[in-house]
Write a protein that binds this ligand. Sequence first.
Ligand SMILES: *Cc1c(COP(=O)(O)O)cnc(C)c1O
Length: 410
Amino acid sequence: MALVNEHFLKLPNNYLFADIAKKVNAFKVTHPKADIISLGIGDVTRPLCPAVVEAMHKAVDEMGTAEGFRGYGPEQGYEFLREAILKNDFLPRGIHLDIDEIFINDGAKSDTGNIQELIRWDNSIGVTDPIYPVYIDSNVMIGRAGVLENGRWSNVVYMPCTAENGFIPTIPEDYHVDVIYLCYPNNPTGTVISKQELRRWVNYALKNDTLIFYDAAYQAYITDPDIPHSIYEIRGARKCAIEFHSYSKTAGFTGVRCGYTIVPKELTAATLEGKRIPLNPLWNRRQCTKFNGTNYISQRAAEAIYTPDGRQQVQQTIDYYMHNAHQMLATLRKLGFEVYGGENAPYIWMRTPDAVSSWQFFEQLLYGANVVCTPGVGFGPSGEGYVRFTAFGSHEHTGEALDRIEKWTR
Ligand SMILES: *Cc1c(COP(=O)(O)O)cnc(C)c1O
């Protein structure tokens, strides 16, 4: 008899974006003429930039010739891309990585979900709350998260990030967490971490032998010079952190699929006997067994982001979205809403007025202004009483949605 992995059955069967779609559809049935604008989408909308398109065309043509054809590539990714990453994303920040510390992925979601295979089932995990759901759900699936009680997993340490603490999670100084997930700039709150704050996390990790999984998917949106783009800007982080990058939100690669993961060679974890085991060869072994590499065309596309034209064009796209973010911040503030994020990240995190619940506000906004947001509680218990707006729409739609919100609030 094949027995199922029952840990999957513990996952709540409501998926946030499916619930939103259900409520939006119910609204459409009763209001067939209403024209709804979504500021809830987590996907980008701007097309790929010309430098990327050109590189992809060229790669396709190569693949169509006997000389240029490529079959299986290296599981870790092609050297041309790993070199470009070293030279462009790290060296200018004074970070010296070895090429073998870079693993090209097919987007950061896979690796942020899979990385937990490297650690024993009984490690404790800590997350900032609210969070990107992949971190917890991937641990639930293998039984590390315990059971769900009142919206919290029994074996997960939640570190609340709310307006009250300035969205800076309290470091668990008086107890020990084995593995901590951090995401900065943050999805969903759009808030960032300063070098000084991040240094405190690295020091905690070094002192407590904690492993940090650092998700830097939105680092390209940082404009403030004191905000770190990589955890390796902090001394000692190479001994305690794995970092994830993605081209999805940077360069519109949500459909192309490419990113990378850094596993430093100095990084180790202990066996029960206390022996130190380097994680870089373990991750390499895992990838060689379960992953056959990101496709050549996507890797050439990613390489093109680092050319002078590519850089400039990608920056234009980021500026486009950030223009939306600034409009949203300005308008929502003017209307008296309490808003956060949106300065170094494409997300606006808004406290619901009059302490209404996330879902209640979601419905009020849908029925009152025909605008869709994302209920904050969908990202964790501390997201209750907040909603998320994304800056990934067009200028036209974003402007129109803000006009409607303005009319609705009068
Ligand atoms: C979008 C996103 C990712 C990356 O997704 P991929 O498309 O798989 O690269 C990773 N982390 C967070 C927090 C995200 O929001």
